[in-house]
Design a protein around this ligand. Structure first.
Ligand code: PLP
Length: 410
């Protein structure tokens, strides 16, 4: 696909998502909740179904054909993810349950190296998933959590990067793309400042992976976390990328089968990377489904997909700005197609319900960013998040729904 996504290409993409063929509440489904989870293409659904129908076997331990075949596919997925992230080795690709578990793994394992008085730096726009684990660690270790400020327009305050990251900072964990504001953060600036004080970095790429080409080596991050379900893949599967040098030093996160080298009554020696961090039977179909979702994505030019979403966002934003009661939340210059807003005098839950009655799926609430909302002086937003399968018709049904909600509720 070239750099511009045409209407026929959008149609071709839409046709690969069976969920879009259904009616919801008697209307064609308009799915604008892709930041929560993306819909799944037929190829991913078929791949997982085929695995369960014909190929079911456990990996890494069988002495039979199906187990060998499942292991091959499972490890093929690791190599595909390595290429997707441009990690230098498959040892750096740890399979987890998702972004949340990846972050917990680092907090628990790398966190064991932190000492009293050390500082952990986050940003004010973090998802709870990238906040609570660090607060728990800080409490356990007597460390302090500090926050890089967010400006009223939703951008990161760059002066705050400079003042918040100091010689006391040992770890900086931040999102590449905010799930509520859509803001694309200045990753390289944050990484460069963190490096200048010798702190390690963790990039929460839960939203970022569907927006931009990821290259962990070019970005210079030490850890990166993402979930397959936000990238057209299955639920319950995700990845932690970690630099080998750090992962080698870190203690295991969970213990059990697979993560061991040898077990004796007296003690245990641990497996090499990446298996040291993969205790127990893994999410085999998660890995295999993710391999298929990466194959699906590879058909397209990611920057063309991004531009398509940006064009639809612009239409939505221009329309919303015509409604005087609507206030947009998050207007960073560089942002993903995530449109958060409040309507004065209307509770976001009522707005969501009225849109739902029109077959329009959005998300309403705090979006797991309660501290940011408190700072902004609001309790929640309505959020429409746009993906590669959305089209102009989706946006106009969404806008019609918002106008109808205004008529009914104000
Ligand atoms: C920015 C961000 N970080 C972390 C998460 C947590 O992802 P998961 O629930 O898949 O672990 C999300 C999910 O919405 C997110 O948007």
């Amino acid at each position: 696909m070239d750099s511009h996504q045409t209407d026929s290409q959008t149609l071709e993409i839409r046709q690969q998502f069976p969920a879009l063929r259904q009616k919801v509440r008697g209307r064609d489904l308009v799915y604008l909740d892709s930041a929560a989870t993306t819909l799944k293409p037929q190829s991913v659904i078929d791949r997982i179904s085929k695995f369960y129908s014909l190929e079911t076997a456990n990996v890494h331990r069988g002495a039979h054909y199906l187990s060998d075949a499942a292991t091959d596919e499972f490890e093929k997925s690791r190599e595909a993810i390595r290429i997707f992230l441009n990690a230098s080795s498959i040892e750096e690709v740890i399979f987890t349950r998702g972004t949340t578990e990846s972050i917990n793994l680092v907090a628990e394992s790398y966190g064991s190296f932190l000492n009293a008085g050390d500082e952990i730096v986050l940003t004010e726009m973090e998802h709870h998933s990238n906040m609570v684990a660090w607060q728990v660690l800080a409490q356990k270790k007597n460390c302090t959590v500090k926050y890089i400020a967010v400006l009223p327009n939703g951008e990161i305050d760059e002066a705050s990067i400079e003042s918040t990251i100091t010689s006391k900072t040992k770890l900086v964990a931040f999102s590449g793309c905010s799930n509520i504001l859509g803001t694309l953060t200045p990753i390289k600036k944050i990484v460069s400042k963190a490096r200048s004080v010798g702190a390690v970095t963790l990039l929460d790429a839960a939203q970022y992976v569907s927006q931009k080409k990821v290259d962990v080596q070019a970005l210079g991050v030490d850890f990166l976390a993402f979930s397959s379900h936000k990238l057209f893949g299955p639920f319950g599967f995700g990845v932690l990328y970690g630099r080998k040098e750090l992962l080698d030093k870190m203690p295991p996160y969970q213990s059990g089968g697979s993560m061991i080298h040898a077990v004796d009554f007296e003690g245990t020696t641990f497996n090499h990377l990446p298996f040291k961090f993969e205790a127990g039977t893994p999410h085999v179909e998660g890995a295999i489904g993710t391999l298929e979702s990466l194959r699906f994505l590879q058909q397209y030019n990611i920057s063309a997909l991004f531009e398509h979403e940006q064009r639809l966002m612009k239409i939505a934003v221009d329309e919303l700005k015509q409604i005087p009661e609507v206030r947009l939340i998050g207007e960073a210059r560089e942002k993903a197609a995530i449109v958060s807003f409040v309507m004065e005098g209307v509770h976001h839950a009522d707005l969501g319900q009225i849109l739902d009655q029109q077959g329009v799926a959005i998300r309403v609430g705090h979006h797991c960013t309660q501290p940011l909302l408190k700072k902004l002086g609001i309790t929640g937003t309505a959020r429409a998040s746009i993906s590669i399968y959305n089209n102009e018709n989706d946006i106009s049904q969404f806008i019609d729904g918002v106008k109808k909600a205004k008529r009914m509720l104000l």
